[in-house]
Design a protein around this ligand. Structure first.
Ligand SMILES: [Fe+2]
Length: 449
């Protein structure tokens, strides 16, 4: 018999306990220059009903490891105490301003370090949740009153200024917002851009001078919402797919919209301005999402593609770079908005066990070569992040850090790979003697951040 809800089963199934494990066993040698925390967010539902549970809405849980002096000092997992989750746990609300008068949601998608603060993030209507260094929830934050709109799970670092750019949305508004947070973790820009609909906008692309807005055919569906669907976004066949180019200091009137073949992009990699005025971005393109399967992104294969967005012709030219099913593209943020050579991804097709082979992949975008490392039978790698080595400048002079899931063994690992020697396998593996569900996004938060 098929499971009642695949996102409550197997590698997606939640864990029941919050743990603190210290002095974890390390295989290999943790690099001495890794001093910080790797923290990853993802759904870990509490008392979910298989009949209506949606993977995108599960209660958020962060899993983190503290690395210092070649040691793995601790592993912790903690639910993110947004209002929904605190109530589900029978705890008092942790406080802080609410964004939405209709109630906040679960903050389950990403976790970032900004100006020494650790923020758990979700799109579409909840303010960030601030965590302390040991992953306990402090409370909701509107960044000292400067954040007045919904936020995003995917802020992006501007390579030259260090500002954090995001494109945000909230279902009652037929618009998106371009929000910029400065180095002091305060919002310095919030520009609303009407889009004539209510698209699901998971992420954006950022070059040195422009933001690319993804207005793709997944829309808020009023009928689904009225019918009580917990996640009321659906693919709309007759909705144009388009990419809007917004100057980073421009207004809604400055946006140039360019049409693209219907598809969905959750995540782009890097983007650059080309000399002829075009905008080039590498994306993981899904043929569709929420068109035939409203339960999750399983209409793959999602593949790496290169888009050239041409504001003169109003069109997007696409070249598929590889046919491997991948997701969670990352790159060296030091190259953000400028030419880059390497993109990394996980061959973990979100929500589609048939599309996953579990590898960490490195694309050489100059010569088209693809390298990969597989963690072994029955093991699956999640998103790996790029951590530059101390004092380095070369793009692949970096570590790759992420989680490996070993579902049959009920274990996980934090794995460190050399970005410039991926196929050699791990330089260090921190053994985690408990399982960690497959989740969404994490980041390396250095001690100095
Ligand atoms: Fe994402």
């Amino acid at each position: 018999m098929a499971p009642a809800n695949r996102y409550l089963e197997g590698p997606f199934g939640p864990v029941a306990e919050e743990l603190t494990l210290t002095d974890l066993e390390v295989t290999g040698a943790l690099p001495a220059d890794l001093d910080g925390r790797y923290v990853r967010n993802g759904p870990n539902p509490i008392d979910a009903d298989p009949a209506d549970y949606h993977w995108f809405l599960g209660n958020g849980m962060v899993h983190g490891l503290r690395i210092r002096d070649g040691r793995a000092e601790w592993y912790r997992n903690r639910w993110v105490r947004d209002a929904v989750t605190a109530e589900a746990l029978g705890e008092a609300d942790r406080g802080g301003p609410h964004h939405s008068p209709q109630g906040d949601g679960t903050v389950n998608t990403n976790v970032v370090g900004i100006a020494g603060r650790t923020l758990a993030l979700v799109e579409a209507g909840s303010f960030p949740i601030e965590l302390d260094d040991e992953l306990e929830t402090i409370g909701r934050t509107d960044l000292d009153g400067t954040l007045t709109c919904s936020y995003s799970a995917h802020p992006k670092v501007h390579g030259r200024t260090g500002d954090l750019h995001a494109v945000t949305y909230w279902w009652p508004e037929e618009s998106v917002h371009h929000v910029v947070i400065g180095p002091d973790a305060r919002v310095v820009r919030d520009v609303e851009i009407p889009v004539g609909g209510r698209p699901m906008v998971h992420d954006h692309a950022l070059s040195d001078t422009r933001v690319a807005l993804f207005d793709l055919p997944v829309q808020f569906d009023v009928d689904a919402a009225m019918a009580g669907q917990r996640f009321p976004y659906r693919w709309v066949d007759d909705r144009e797919a388009r990419v809007g180019l917004l100057p980073i200091d421009g207004t809604a009137d400055d946006v140039v919209w360019c049409s693209v073949d219907p598809c969905y992009v959750y995540h782009p990699a890097n983007a650059v301005d080309l000399p002829d005025g075009s905008f080039r971005v590498d994306v993981v393109r899904h043929p569709s999402t929420f068109r035939t399967d409203p339960s999750g992104p399983a209409e793959g294969p999602p593949v790496l593609a290169r888009w050239v967005v041409d504001p003169t012709s109003g069109k997007v030219r696409e070249e598929v770079l590889d046919d491997l099913s991948v997701e969670f593209p990352r790159f060296d943020d030091r190259r953000a908005g400028s030419e880059y050579r390497y993109a990394y991804a996980a061959s973990l097709s979100l929500g589609d066990p048939d599309g996953a082979n579990g590898s960490v992949v490195r694309y050489d975008l100059e010569n088209g070569a693809r390298l990969s490392w597989h963690p072994g039978p029955d093991r699956v790698a999640g998103e790996f992040v790029v951590v530059p080595r101390d004092g380095s400048t070369a793009e692949d002079d970096a570590w790759l850090v992420g989680l490996v899931h070993d579902e049959p063994a009920g274990r996980a690992a934090l794995t460190v790979l050399a970005a410039d020697d991926l196929t050699a396998g791990p330089v260090a593996t921190v053994e985690i003697p408990v399982r960690i569900p497959i989740g969404f996004h994490g980041n390396w938060i250095p001690t100095t951040a």
